[in-house]
Design a protein around this ligand. Structure first.
Ligand code: ME8
Length: 504
């Protein structure tokens, strides 16, 4: 049986249009999902929209429409982003869907029956922008630690007995060292939990845009309990008739999130799951934050980076490559147009694009428009190049499992650069005159290297990799990871290529 792999992105608030930060998280998840499919996993890749809560309700009001009308409209923008960035999600969940609402109510009942919920009264601070509660001691200069404005809230509320789970959480982190990644985030979460957990308010009564609490019509569920449950809803947690999908995919292999929401995913979520007797996800990865030319990206500063415009201007694969190559995943990154243009010109156009262009053109012009037949007289230089990926395939698997996307790409670009050097050193244009047979071996070696590189690049730059693999006529069923280990047979008719990445 094939192994399964369940990967999720956060579900995005529909109070706003999607920006580069949202595209980034889904892109990283998309690359992992695509890689796992290449490696023959049965993948379930989920994304979606978070449509309840005070923030969304307020945004609807500002737009003069009712919340349902508003969320229907704005969630479409997030769906459009999927196409725009060539994301390969298997499902898109919206928290206003019936099956999600059923799932929230199911987990609520489970928590209640297990004795983990009680009714009391909340009084404290609430930040609508963060959709989070804060105690007096957490307030900095009258604001939430994130800088979000807070309001004082006093209302009847159901509580989840989070404090009871403190020890169990710490034990869980201890025996699952990779649960929270990267390490710096893990330390941050552990010290937060060690500093003492307070019970968590999990219902609101002062507004109504949310999932109703079962058997108490005055309360709606706290939007984060509602939102986190999406990961269960999407794999059919509430389907009472058929639990096969749930059994197959839950627990998730990885929740990909930004560092702003690590606490919800690495503290509250595992506590809810433990309290509901459900298995825990295997990993939460919290990546860093993009700024725009040194400034925090925000609507009020008017510096939101629009992924639709970027793709339109530079191309999908160019943006996909840049975002994951430029900054080590996990670190913060600064978006700079000049850096983007540098990467496109140097890495994509001059290195990879040029390698493909010159090798395929030489073959077209000198070898009767055919990739030469596989030779059997490779020398040591040829073999070094041909085997450089083959012999390190497992390293690429590890890099994906550790979310080291930039390193993965760096490794491939070392091979691309070696291949370009090899062209210069072997000088096939000179061989053409005095050793035609050797020229064929050299060109074969190069096109074989391009084949392997392009197979490995499919998760990152799917359109371009496909163009190349189509161009050299690699059958669709020979583009899996394992196919890297094959070797071209050769004698393949090709056409003259057009440039893959126009210089900017
Ligand atoms: O928090 N840099 O939704 P959200 C990098 N609905 N990533 C960024 C970013 C930036 N500047 N800005 C946003 C929510 N992100 C909840 C999630 S999940 C059960 C509920 C990304 O619309 C990053 O992944 O505010 C961050 O965690 C997420 O968008 C927040 O999206």
């Amino acid at each position: 049986m094939r192994s399964t792999y369940y990967i999720t992105t956060p579900i995005y608030y529909v109070n706003d249009v999607p920006h580069i930060g949202h595209a980034y998280t889904t892109l990283a998840s998309d690359v992992i999902a695509r890689f796992k499919r290449l490696d023959e996993y049965e993948v379930f890749f989920l994304t979606g929209t978070d449509e309840h809560g005070q923030k969304v309700e307020a945004a609807a009001k500002n737009n003069g429409v009712n919340p349902k009308e508003f969320v229907d409209k704005v969630s479409e923008n997030f769906k459009n982003l999927l196409n725009c960035m060539n994301f390969s999600n298997d499902s898109f969940i919206r928290t206003t869907e019936e099956k999600h609402i059923k799932s929230c109510q199911k987990i609520w009942k489970k928590l209640l029956n297990n004795g983990n919920i009680y009714l009391d009264k909340y009084s404290g601070w609430y930040a609508v922008r963060d959709e989070a509660f804060f105690s007096e001691s957490e307030i900095v200069d009258g604001k939430a630690p994130s800088g979000a404005p807070v309001v004082w809230v006093e209302e009847p509320s159901y509580f989840f007995n989070l404090s009871k789970w403190e020890k169990k959480l710490l034990e869980f982190y201890e025996s699952n060292k990779d649960f929270i990644s990267p390490k710096s985030r893990r330390n941050e979460v552990i010290s937060f939990v060690k500093s003492g957990l307070k019970d968590l308010s999990i219902s609101r009564t002062s507004f109504s845009w949310g999932v109703k609490v079962p058997n108490d019509k005055n309360h709606i569920m706290y939007v984060w309990l509602d939102a986190l449950t999406n990961y269960l809803s999407a794999c059919e947690y509430s389907n009472e008739k058929n639990d096969e999908v749930f059994k197959k995919f839950w627990p998730a292999d990885i929740h990909m999130v930004g560092k702003d929401i690590i606490r919800f995913h690495a503290v509250y979520w595992p506590a809810f799951l433990m309290a509901a007797d459900l298995p825990l996800p295997k990993k939460v990865f919290a990546h860093g934050w993009w700024t725009n030319e040194g400034n925090k990206i925000s609507k009020s500063l008017g510096n939101v980076i629009d992924p639709f415009q970027l793709v339109d201007k530079y191309g999908i694969d160019q943006i996909r490559y840049f975002l994951l190559r430029e900054v080590p995943f996990g670190n913060d990154g600064d978006f700079s147009n000049s850096q983007l243009i540098n990467r496109i010109n140097s890495d994509l156009a001059n290195s990879y694009g040029n390698l493909f262009q010159r090798v395929v053109s030489m073959i077209f012009k000198n070898c009767n428009e055919k990739i030469p037949l596989k030779p059997n007289n490779f020398n040591i230089e040829d073999l070094t190049l041909i085997n450089s990926i083959k012999n390190s395939l497992n390293d690429y698997r590890i890099l994906i499992d550790e979310q080291k996307f930039d390193q993965y790409l760096k490794n491939i670009w070392v091979i691309i650069s070696n291949a370009n050097k090899y062209v210069d050193e072997q000088a096939p244009w000179a061989l053409k005159k005095n050793n035609f047979e050797r020229m064929e071996v050299v060109l074969f070696t190069l096109v074989e290297t391009i084949r392997q590189i392009s197979i490995l690049l499919q998760p990152f730059i799917p359109d371009t990799a496909e163009k190349i693999l189509d161009h050299i006529k690699i059958p669709r069923d020979q583009r899996k990871l394992e196919s890297v280990g094959f070797i071209l047979k050769g004698n393949i008719k090709i056409s003259l290529p057009s440039p893959l990445f126009p210089r900017i």
